[in-house]
Design a protein around this ligand. Structure first.
Ligand SMILES: *Cc1c(COP(=O)(O)O)cnc(C)c1O
Length: 347
């Protein structure tokens, strides 16, 4: 399949919105093209529509060319734009693992695209054959979230590569939690798989959920199509400035990620001593999926005590499971205290 076979015809033929800033690079003497108010300074100008400075810094950090990077308003935009570019409403379908991150299905529903689920195995491993078998000639995207939310495990790179090779549509690997994982990123194989898109985000390890900055890495052909479909100024100047600050201090982030992983392992250790905790799934992320004696009762107890966790008990293969984000030391201690208290009220 060529890219042209995979992209919706209206998108392939789209003439994008153009602005004068696309036709001039450098410092002009007078910017009189965009009807801004130049009598007041700070944030009066439209931001760089292609966020080149941020792409250069991120690309240098991740070892990726800036032309292979797209920024969205959170991963949310990176997910939605994939449907809008590749999937014809009412005709095409996508395949995703189950359980996984909820936004893939929400965006499928919004775009009127059939969403096919392929169950993970009981140990939350991937069934590559089942994924390939679920695809037909109308399958445009396979979604692989690794490390997966909510199961917390990363999948072996060999399996992800196998899907990229065997599936002739677009494989999207969502690596929102990759910095917490000992399994490497698929970004290093971008050139080997021209139909693969890798997603990351500033919201998790990079501690910047408020600025709404999601990333897609892909071939320049795919990035160019994304750039003509996105809103021209999707990433605000405030977001770009904050992202540059975060990237300038990447060693600080790396130190915090290490601390978080230690805190995760310490929390798992403490949880394992509590009688109401039945199983703690291995985690390659900044959260723990934990099977407990009675998920609804414990979730309600914690909520009444103002400790908010995620109840996943009604999610496929996650019966009696809570998903616990690793918080700061105070929050983690409070969680253990309240869970211990819950146990004592039952005695
Ligand atoms: C949290 C999360 C994201 C991040 O979404 P943003 O819109 O970038 O904040 C993406 N994918 C998964 C699987 C997540 O759990």
């Amino acid at each position: 399949m060529t890219l042209k076979d995979l992209v919706r015809p209206n998108i392939w033929n789209l003439s994008p919105y153009t602005c004068a800033r696309n036709e001039f690079t450098g410092e002009a003497l007078a910017w009189l093209d965009a009807n801004e108010n130049s009598r007041i300074c700070q944030y009066n100008r439209y931001p760089d529509p292609l966020q080149l400075e941020v792409k250069q810094q991120l690309g240098a950090y991740r070892g990726v060319n800036p032309e292979n990077i797209f920024f969205g308003v959170g991963s949310d935009e990176c997910i939605d734009i994939a449907y809008r570019v590749f999937c014809r409403p009412g005709i095409d379908n996508v395949v995703a693992i189950e359980p996984t991150y909820g936004m893939y299905q929400v965006c499928a529903d919004v775009n009127d695209v059939e969403y096919r689920r392929v169950s993970l195995n009981d140990d939350f491993s991937l069934d590559v054959d089942a994924i390939i078998n679920a695809c037909d000639e109308k399958t445009k995207i396979v979604w692989i979230c690794s490390p997966n939310n909510p199961t917390a495990n990363a999948f072996p790179l060999e399996q992800i590569k196998e899907i990229c090779s065997r599936f002739n549509g677009i494989t999207i690997v969502d690596e929102a939690y990759i910095d917490f994982s000992p399994v490497g990123s698929m970004v290093q194989f971008l050139n080997d798989y021209p139909r693969m898109i890798v997603m990351q985000t500033f919201s998790k390890a990079w501690a910047s959920a408020a600025i709404r900055l999601g990333i897609s890495y892909a071939s320049t052909d795919i990035i160019n199509i994304y750039n003509k479909v996105k809103y021209p100024y999707n990433i605000s100047e405030l977001t770009q400035q904050e992202a540059l600050k975060v990237l300038a201090d990447s060693s600080h982030i790396e130190a915090i990620v290490k601390e978080l992983i230690d805190a995760r392992n310490a929390l798992a250790e403490k949880l394992s001593t509590l009688p109401d905790v039945k199983h703690i799934y291995p985690s390659d992320a900044n959260f723990l999926l934990v099977k407990v004696s009675d998920a609804d009762a414990i979730y309600n107890y914690l909520r009444d005590e103002k400790v908010i966790v995620r109840n996943r008990t009604r999610v496929h293969k996650c019966g009696e499971c809570l998903r616990l984000t690793i918080g700061n030391d105070t929050e983690n201690a409070l969680l253990i205290e309240k869970l211990t208290e819950y146990g004592n009220t039952r005695k």
